[in-house]
Design a protein. Sequence first.
Length: 124
Amino acid sequence: MSSLQTKGTGSGTISLVEVDASEIRIHFEGKVDGFGRLFSSIRLTATDPKRELGSVEGNACIFAADHSLITSPVRGSFRRVGDTFHTTHTDAVSDGRMNIVRQIHNLATKEVDIQWFSTVDTDS
């Protein structure tokens, strides 16, 4: 890998937030350039007493324009800034691609901003 290549952006809407003593789960859907319609669920587990930093785990699936189903596990980390969670994770997409994904989940507006980078030199 010579360098990260910005491949696309996307946006989404948070449909459900679940909170318990040890974690927060965020369910959202949206559209991602270069992929299609996204459905994702992530679990944020804090690693510090203020619950400002921690790990991200989850799953995502995308229904592509060609009607194929693309799936991926999600693993990474988060930082909370006010009422937003900034996540960075890697994915291992079922179509063979590997990406780094940055997302900002705004709990006040229920909006998700998405930016993704390819870790391999491909045309897709």
